[in-house]
Design a protein around this ligand. Structure first.
Ligand SMILES: [Zn+2]
Length: 88
């Protein structure tokens, strides 16, 4: 069972040490292979491909809250969103 993280902007999750429940591998999300899904990013064990971490995509409210807290990645995402022409 993969661990679900519902706050993409939580500090330091990329550097947290995880161990694979299926094999002996230990490492951080930076070393895992990532698969993008519609609602989340899935991080898999690089050895046995067992899903270890699911990171739910941030909602607009979460991006705005994180940007207001000065999170650089959130600020960047808001700028990207602002530059996308709205279909109306
Ligand atoms: Zn594994």
């Amino acid at each position: 069972m993969a661990l679900t993280l519902d706050n993409y902007f939580a500090a330091g999750w990329r550097d947290q040490l995880h161990s694979c429940p299926a094999c002996e591998w230990k490492g951080t999300a930076r070393q895992m292979s990532m698969e993008l899904h519609e609602d989340e990013a899935e991080f898999d064990c690089p050895v046995c491909e067992n899903p270890i971490l699911l990171v739910v995509h941030p909602s607009l409210a979460q991006v705005q809250a994180a940007a207001a807290d000065g999170h650089p990645e959130a600020i960047e995402q808001l700028e990207i969103l602002a530059s996308v022409p709205r279909p109306d």
